[in-house]
Design a protein around this ligand. Structure first.
Ligand code: 13P
Length: 250
């Protein structure tokens, strides 16, 4: 059985005081749900330490939004997996479409980040998904398979529970549009098939697949009823304690 995982990607939002306030509110609102669902908060780097202090011992997990692959060195502006581990991060998001689009991250970069984080015992939430043009051209399956393959081919994965793939169709991010739950489930199934091809069926059955893209309290239930979808990566609606708590209670 795969434990559902709901993660809030705060993106470039929240000062430290704002982040602390949100984390404190969430701690109260979701405490009863944590047996049945893994809840991960991914604040910006600047608020990780403060949020870690708030959620310590609560069962809520801490995630970062990106990582570099080297342990340390002359990489101005970058943050290493060792540093994230030191802060108590359980997860890190890699390959978000905003990083691929605005910061030119390649499939190879995403793979190196995922490998480096896993090697330090940090769970990885790796994002994949097609643009609207790619969808219109009928390329969804090819794009998603290519991105998944880049992450998993030859990957040493001791604990498949440490890998989460977030299917985020780019046209559904921040737009209010969502894939239908049936379509999201179909693509999640293709993702699992691709993982099985490279890591075997047993591992694939344990990797969790999230849907992301305009997830809200009103639509989370539909996604969570789908057999291949094990959770959600939530952007906008994770910035409000009550909305995110309702999503966690799907
Ligand atoms: P929204 O929920 O704001 O559409 O963002 C989705 C996302 O990109 C999460 O990583």
């Amino acid at each position: 059985m795969r434990k559902p995982i709901i993660a809030g990607n705060w993106k470039m939002h929240k000062t430290v005081p704002e982040a602390v306030r949100l984390a404190k509110q969430l701690k109260v609102l979701v405490s009863d749900e944590l047996k049945g669902v893994e809840v991960v908060l991914c604040p910006p780097f600047t608020a990780l330490y403060a949020v870690a202090e708030v959620i310590k011992g609560s069962g809520i997990q801490l995630g970062a939004q990106d990582v570099f692959w080297a342990d340390e060195g002359a990489y101005t502006g970058e943050i290493s997996p060792v540093m994230l581990k030191d802060l108590g991060c359980h997860y890190v998001i890699v390959g978000h479409s905003e990083r691929r689009a605005y910061f030119h991250e390649t499939d190879e970069d995403v793979r190196r980040k995922a490998e480096a984080a896993l090697a330090k015992g940090i769970g990885v939430i790796a994002c994949v998904g097609e643009t609207l043009d790619q969808r219109r051209r009928g390329e969804t399956e090819a794009v998603v398979r290519r991105e998944v393959r880049a992450i998993v081919e030859g990957l040493e994965l001791n604990d498949p529970g440490q890998l989460v793939i977030a299917y985020e169709p780019i046209w559904a991010i921040g737009t209010g549009e969502t894939a239908t739950s049936g379509e999201a489930n179909r693509v999640a199934g293709l993702i699992r098939e691709e993982i099985a091809r490279w890591l075997g069926g047993e591992a694939a059955a344990r990797v969790r697949i999230q849907y992301g893209g305009s997830v809200k309290p009103e639509n989370i239930g539909g996604f969570m009823q789908e057999p291949e979808i094990d959770g959600a990566l939530v952007g906008g609606a994770s910035l409000d304690a009550s909305s995110f708590a309702q999503i966690v209670k799907f």
